[in-house]
Design a protein around this ligand. Structure first.
Ligand code: ZN
Length: 337
């Protein structure tokens, strides 16, 4: 059933080999949010529980597979963040795993637990560790994490770490197509903007606000070279303030524009641009600078200003302070003096 996973050929091969040989007791699927860790872990779990798995995963026909497809498999449990929780409570780990661990499987030869390990605090990880130290024969743990570095070394040392790779553009195109988004300049932008992460591409394409935010942010950016300081601090600030909650996305959009301006002079084709649909205005934007080197200097400094704003956001610095600093720094670098 690995055919439900688009692309990721190397990972599918590894999963197939594990299923058809002797699977280990614990696996950690690592990679950025939205890259497909849970999707892959679920397909692997189905294979581990299936009565007749092969290199292509679960058979999809046996009773175990039918239970799994109906989300009612008695030997499979997902331990995820629910509701407003910030972390998975340690009690959940104890009850759902430790309490159940030594009971025999109901249906087949194994029990499988999927845990989003990023959502465990140290206490939760320690509770999990107790179960990992001496897992009963039929139990397999599938953990997802941003990186193995985020987990206790004692957990990592007991598991096989599998990095989930970013998707190729053609695979993202297929994923978006399956979700009902057709080819076009916008889809091409989402594919490039997502950096190979299907979850981001789909979320952006499905959102009812991202396309507008992007257009407004492009306009905000294009106005910077000619806007007066006073207008920037009133109108410009109002724009940022209105989008306070979406500032990380807004900064991502600005960063993609600066990145494209840096790439444009050295790339032969505009296909390599994230904002390929903006190639004409971006080329015009670059013409203001006399040479490539000057452009690069100012754009690199603009990029640094964005990074400073990002750092400010991450430490909850004053929004007004970081927004004004960002606008003034960008104006200084980009203005047509
Ligand atoms: Zn099956």
């Amino acid at each position: 059933m690995f055919h439900t996973i688009i692309g990721q050929e190397e990972t599918k091969q590894r999963l197939g080999h594990a299923l058809t040989s002797n699977p280990g007791h614990a696996y950690i699927m690592t990679g950025p949010r939205g890259v497909g860790r849970k999707t892959i872990a679920r397909a692997f779990a189905a294979g581990l529980l299936c009565e007749n798995p092969d290199m292509n995963g679960a058979c999809g026909q046996c009773p175990s597979c039918r239970y799994f497809q109906n989300s009612s498999h008695p030997d499979y449990r997902e331990i995820l963040l629910t509701g407003k929780e910030k972390v998975i409570p340690v009690e959940t780990v104890r009850q759902q795993i430790s309490g159940d661990l030594h009971l025999q499987p109901h249906l087949g030869r194994r029990k499988v637990f999927l845990i989003t390990a990023d959502d465990l605090n140290e206490q939760g990880q320690n509770a999990l560790l107790k179960s990992l130290e001496e897992p009963p024969e039929p139990v397999v743990f599938l953990l997802t994490a941003l990186s193995a570095d985020h987990l206790l070394p004692t957990i990592v040392s007991r598991a096989v770490v599998w990095p989930v790779r970013r998707s190729k553009p053609e695979d993202l195109e297929q994923i978006l197509h399956m979700k009902g988004f057709d080819e076009g300049p916008e889809t091409a932008f989402y594919i490039a903007f997502s950096g190979g992460i299907p979850g981001i591409a789909v979320e952006m394409a499905a959102s009812d606000w991202f396309a507008d935010l992007r257009q407004e942010t492009i306009q905000f950016f294009l106005d910077i070279p000619t806007i007066s300081r006073a207008d920037l601090l009133t109108d410009g600030y109002a724009f940022l303030d209105n989008n306070r909650q979406r500032m990380p996305d807004l900064l991502d959009i600005l960063e993609s524009l600066i990145r494209d301006l840096l790439v444009l002079p050295v790339s032969r084709s505009t296909d390599r641009l994230i904002n390929a649909d903006q190639a004409v205005v971006l080329k015009r934007f670059l013409q203001f600078w006399q040479d490539e080197k000057t452009a690069r200097t100012h754009l690199t400094r603009s990029h640094e200003a964005l990074m400073a704003a990002r750092r400010g956001l991450s430490v909850n610095a004053s929004f007004e302070g970081l927004a004004c600093q960002l606008m003034l720094a960008l104006r200084k670098e980009l203005k047509h003096a």
